[in-house]
Ligand binder design. Structure first.
Ligand code: ZN
Length: 160
C-alpha cells in the first residue's frame, strides 16, 4: 500500500533546526497519526510522503514557505500590562487566543516588563527551515467517517 489521498498514516519523526537542535520528536511516545490529503500536517511534509510505502525512511528539508510560513513582524505587538487581569500570572511562553478582527489568533508572550507585555502571533516555528527525519510506520485506508470528519479516529486520533 502506498500513501495517497484518503489514507491514514502513522509516522515516527524527528524535527531539527539548521543548528541540529531537536525541536520535536515522536521518540519515546506514540507515532504521529494523520489523514493524508486533509492538510493535517505541514504541506511540505505531506508532499514528500505522497507515494511512500510502509517502512520508508525520508530525510527532508522544508523551507518556511512549505512549513509554518515566514515570520510576520506585524504580528508582534506591545500591549500595556494593565490590559491584563491583575490576578493573572503572566509567564514567558504562555499562549492565548485573541480576537484580531478577522480570524482568532494564537499569540505567545515573548517578553514581559513592568509596564508592557510583548506578544507574538507568529507560529513558534515560523520563518525556520525544518529538517525532518521520518519513518512510515503504518498505512491504512481511511474509514468513511474519518473522511467525513477530516481527521483520524481511534488510536492516535480523535476518540469522540
Ligand atoms: Zn471525528
Amino acid at each position: 500500500m502506498r500513501i495517497t489521498k484518503n489514507h491514514v498514516v502513522a509516522i515516527d519523526y524527528k524535527l531539527t533546526d539548521d543548528q541540529e537542535q531537536v525541536l520535536d520528536t515522536s521518540e519515546g511516545s506514540e507515532p504521529l497519526w494523520y489523514l493524508h490529503g486533509a492538510e493535517g500536517i505541514i504541506p511540505g511534509l505531506e508532499q514528500q510522503l505522497d507515494g511512500k510505502q510502509l517502512g520508508d525512511h525520508l530525510e527532508v528539508a522544508i523551507t518556511p514557505e512549505d512549513g509554518y510560513g515566514k515570520r510576520d513582524d506585524s504580528l508582534r505587538q506591545t500591549v500595556p500590562r494593565d490590559q491584563f487581569d491583575d490576578n493573572e500570572e503572566l509567564k514567558l511562553g504562555m499562549q492565548f487566543r485573541v480576537d484580531s478582527g478577522n480570524e482568532p489568533l494564537i499569540v505567545t508572550i515573548v517578553e514581559i516588563t513592568d509596564d508592557t507585555v510583548i506578544v507574538d502571533g507568529n507560529h513558534p516555528l515560523a520563518g525556520m527551515n525544518l529538517n525532518f527525519d521520518v519513518t512510515v510506520r503504518e498505512i491504512r485506508e481511511a474509514t468513511p467517517e474519518e473522511l467525513d470528519h477530516g481527521h483520524v479516529h481511534g488510536p492516535g486520533g480523535h476518540s469522540h
